[in-house]
Design a protein around this ligand. Structure first.
Ligand SMILES: Cc1cc2nc3c(=O)[nH]c(=O)nc-3n(C[C@H](O)[C@H](O)[C@H](O)COP(=O)(O)OP(=O)(O)OC[C@H]3O[C@@H](n4cnc5c(N)ncnc54)[C@H](O)[C@@H]3O)c2cc1C
Length: 328
């Protein structure tokens, strides 16, 4: 929670400073409960948010209908989480790379780290040759497992997503993204977590600035990031229509999938690699890497420059797993 708050704070700052001015938008999220179990979960989550100073409003009955008129009567309770944000991940990456002026060598797989006997990492061996470096930061998502022998620690977790056509009137009637209470469960951030199931469904309906809707999604123990299946797509659509009936008249344009990188204990891996003098790891962000990417990237850059990270990454220390840091 505190990492997410630090992540949002950095987004806000970069928006104020101009870098993210047109790619980050402040808005509310609405976590919606349609069953007794989800209502109970929302109450617990609302307490957790309030305890760390996040502004929320509890919406039920007529107040809920006024605030979010396009929700179906199935929605019994909602928590409006204020001052959340929205950004498209690839736009953020592009903006940061452009501002930094770095050169990206695409399609250049790193095969291994070049480690001296004293733990100094001279650089990396790629399929195109050796790259020497003063510091090496491994931020290779699921590819980090092969480089560092982390097979028991990292786990690919696929997600399927849908994008609709534009429906400007319905889009404008939605004051923020909707998440089902089940989404919290499928993220595994609550007690009674579903993360161990092979396939979880947690609904998010995100009204995009284009007038379209991004609707997701699944959490599957799979690395088949190139495929969608009809069972998942139809389940996501049915869930979406049951919360926002107006979506029944909106056509689906495309479905796609991606693979998150999950860590065995549910926390990211951000910090120095034990036993190596100048190598760092930043991965395992699961479903929060857009939120956490900039703040984690800044912390790792500070570490690599022998500065104190501006946000506390102690809980994310890769050294909590035995064996991490031994280059393959
Ligand atoms: C369906 C879905 C929904 C999501 N929704 C959200 C959301 O709402 N909010 C949020 O904050 N986050 C969300 N995420 C999560 C977010 O997209 C990820 O956490 C984030 O992209 C992780 O970034 P990363 O740079 O750590 O890893 P990646 O994006 O996986 O990037 C790793 C890169 O390393 C490269 N690589 C791998 N191995 C090697 C190698 N040996 N040599 C060189 N390069 C290598 C890969 O090709 C890849 O380009 C979602 C993800 C999915 C799949």
């Amino acid at each position: 929670m505190s990492a997410a708050l630090a992540g949002i704070e950095l987004y806000r700052k970069l928006a104020r400073d101009g870098l993210f001015a047109d790619v980050y938008q402040t808005r509310s999220s609405f976590i919606v409960a349609a069953s007794d179990a989800e209502c109970a979960l929302l109450e617990t989550h609302a307490t957790a948010l309030t305890s760390v100073g996040v502004g929320i409003e509890r919406l039920a009955g007529e107040r809920l209908r006024q605030r979010y008129p396009v929700l179906s009567p199935n929605a019994r309770l909602a928590i409006e989480v204020q001052d959340e944000g929205h950004a498209i991940g690839y736009k953020i990456v592009h903006r940061l790379l452009t501002a930094a002026g770095v050169i990206v060598e695409r399609a250049s797989t790193v095969d291994r780290l070049l480690v001296d006997h004293d733990g100094y990492v001279r650089g990396v061996a790629t399929e195109k040759g050796v790259v020497l470096a003063d510091a090496v930061i491994i931020a290779a998502g699921n590819g980090s497992a092969r480089l560092l022998g982390l097979d028991g620690v990292l786990r690919p977790r696929k997600g399927q997503l849908l994008v609709t056509e534009r429906a400007p009137a319905l889009n404008a009637a939605m004051p923020g993204a909707i998440m089902s209470g089940r989404y919290l469960l499928s993220k595994g951030s609550q007690a009674g977590d579903l993360a161990t199931r092979s396939r979880g469904f947690g609904l998010v309906i995100d009204p995009l600035g284009t007038g379209q809707f991004l609707i997701g999604g699944t959490r599957e123990d799979s690395d088949a990031g190139q495929s969608n299946d009809l069972a998942a797509v139809s389940r996501i659509l049915a869930d979406a229509v049951s919360l926002v009936p107006g979506l029944a008249g909106v056509r689906l344009l495309r479905a796609f999938a991606g693979v998150r990188t999950a860590v065995a204990d549910g926390l990211p891996l951000v910090g120095a690699l034990p036993g190596l003098r100048n190598a760092y790891l930043a991965t395992g962000f699961e479903g929060d890497g857009i939120c956490l990417g900039p703040v984690a990237g800044r912390a790792i850059a500070q570490l690599a420059c022998a500065k104190h990270p501006a946000f506390d990454i102690t809980a994310f220390d890769p050294g909590r797993f035995a064996g991490i840091g031994v280059a393959a």
